[in-house]
Design a protein around this ligand. Structure first.
Ligand code: TXE
Length: 480
């Protein structure tokens, strides 16, 4: 029997007002396993009213006490971390090792990290001859977070924690494709001690509850992570009410490999950057730029390393590559592989759906795939595929590498592999992206600013930036 997920409104698990649910399936098997509330504006009105009632007392609660509740929630999740990891892998299709070591580990870290933040450190003072001024950071009121399916609990908590720490009441909408761990978190909120109405979790589709959130007059800010077209729709909708928005959107991230790089480290880094989480991380690299003098050698080594990735049931220990998140997403990825062939690409590895025998025979598995001979301006090198795809592109020199790296509408992240510290610094400064890694990929310090340029988004997340986003700044001046 499928599990029935419920909304969490005003401190209680609640069925959707309409009584409507839809099914979500387990990507590794293709079989429905949970029923998800198809929430709409009526559920949202209840949640917003509860959040408004809760706001004055929550705002007045000392930040340290708010943080203690976040840390308590982290502890409660930690006590059930294996159940959370299993649920994340069932819901998303990702291998268990990732759910354990990345998703749930980071969700707990997010809650702890923001729960111990020093809000006073955000304030500034200004002393002049005749006046002195100081700033205050105060909560906004009722805010919303909208999160995607690729790192479900990780990204949900990455937004929820700073919103709460800053003193806001929250309407949280996880992706309808992966609702389970947000539901499990909502079951712990009362035990953690959050007063009713402070956190409300609404499940449902972007076109109904998502749009209703953007249009709601009493929601004052939205923090969103997801696809660029959805981000644009939220931005346009939010503009009508001058809502604050933070948008973390797609990428078409380049990895640059120079001939002087540590060869083995670069091969390992590039394979991880292309295929981790079945390529479904906004920071994954779909364009691998390789200096021409090592191109053939690097290509051979990379294809060989990627060929060794173990594809299989995400719930079996040792699996490195699980299922992509949904049938629709698998089909989108496969259609891009067809496009790469149409555009003249040469397939070096993978390129198709993988049938995994047994329990997973109907699952949405896509092979790690590598192409070459595709111009940087091809559609396949311009559009975000968000799957296990790497296109190899040779370059002659540093200037050409930078031009190719910057030659897309996106600007989220980039990696540079080089043995020269000067070159690393120079290239990092020249690349148009919010994040650059030198001789590594996806090394995350939660305190650092995080976000993208161009069509990859607006604003930055991370410790201080997220707390700034979720507060209003007030300047107080007095004469001396
Ligand atoms: O994401 P959506 P989708 C990219 C990736 C992927 C593409 C589409 O390229 O193939 O986006 O994925 C909610 N108003 N990324 O369609 O739609 C939705 O319910 C308000 C990049 O699954 O952006 C979910 O909670 N909300 C990425 C969230 O938005 C709306 C992560 C994200 O879903 C809405 C995921 C609306 N009109 C996909 N429509 C990243 N940057 O990490 C949808 N939503």
């Amino acid at each position: 029997m499928p599990v029935t997920i419920q909304n969490f409104i005003d401190g209680a698990l609640t069925a959707p007002q309409s009584g409507a649910y839809f099914d979500t399936d387990e990507p590794a098997t293709g079989k429905p396993y949970a029923r998800v509330p198809d929430s709409d504006a009526a559920d949202l009105d209840l949640a917003v009213a509860a959040a408004q009632r809760a706001f004055p007392a929550w705002k007045a609660t000392p930040a340290k006490e708010r943080g203690a509740l976040l840390i308590k929630l982290a502890e409660l999740i930690e006590q059930k971390k294996e159940a959370f990891a299993q649920a994340e892998s069932v819901d998303n299709g990702k291998p268990l090792y990732l759910s354990r070591d990345v998703d749930i580990f980071r969700a707990i870290a997010n809650l702890r990290n923001f729960g111990s933040a020093d809000l006073d450190a955000l304030n500034q003072t200004f002393e002049k001859d005749t006046s002195s001024s100081y700033t205050l950071r105060q909560p906004i009121g009722v805010v919303s977070i909208i999160s995607p399916w690729n790192l479900p609990l990780l990204l949900f908590t990455w937004k929820l924690a700073p919103a709460l720490m800053a003193g806001n009441c929250v309407i949280a909408k996880p992706s309808e494709i992966t609702p389970m761990t947000a539901y499990m978190l909502s079951e712990l909120l009362n035990e953690a001690g959050f007063p009713p109405g402070v956190v409300n979790v609404l499940h449902g589709k972007g076109a109904s509850i998502g749009n209703a959130i953007t249009a709601h007059p009493h929601i004052k800010a939205i923090s969103f992570t997801g696809g660029t077209p959805t981000g644009l729709a939220i931005y346009q909708g939010a503009a009508k009410q001058l809502k604050k928005v933070s948008l973390e959107l797609g990428g078409k991230n380049p990895t640059l490999v120079f001939a002087d790089a540590d060869f083995d480290k670069a091969v390992a880094g590039v394979v991880a950057s292309a295929f981790t989480n079945q390529g479904q991380v906004c920071l994954c690299s779909e364009r691998i730029l390789i200096e021409a003098s090592i191109y053939e050698k690097f290509k051979t080594a990379m294809v060989e390393k990627a060929r060794q990735i173990t594809i299989g049931d995400p719930l079996v220990e040792g699996t490195q590559h699980g299922a992509t998140v949904s049938k629709a997403h698998m089909e989108k990825i496969l259609s891009y592989f067809d496009l790469a062939v149409e555009e003249g690409g040469t397939l070096l590895l993978g390129g198709k759906r993988r049938i995994v025998e047994g329990r997973c025979k109907d699952g949405y598995f896509v092979e790690p795939t590598i192409f070459e001979n595709l111009a940087p301006t091809c559609r396949i090198n311009q559009e975000e595929v968000f799957g296990p795809l790497a296109v190899l592109i040779p370059f002659a020199d540093e200037a050409e590498a930078i031009a190719i790296a910057n030659g897309t509408p996106f600007g989220l992240s980039a990696s540079v592999f080089t043995g020269s510290a000067e070159r690393g610094t120079r290239v990092a400064a020249a690349i148009d992206s919010g994040i650059v890694w030198i001789n590594c990929w996806n090394v995350r310090d939660l305190d650092t600013p995080f976000g993208g340029m161009k069509h990859s988004g607006i604003g930055r997340e991370g410790k201080q930036r997220a707390l700034e986003f979720f507060t209003e700044e007030k300047t107080v001046t007095k004469l001396k």
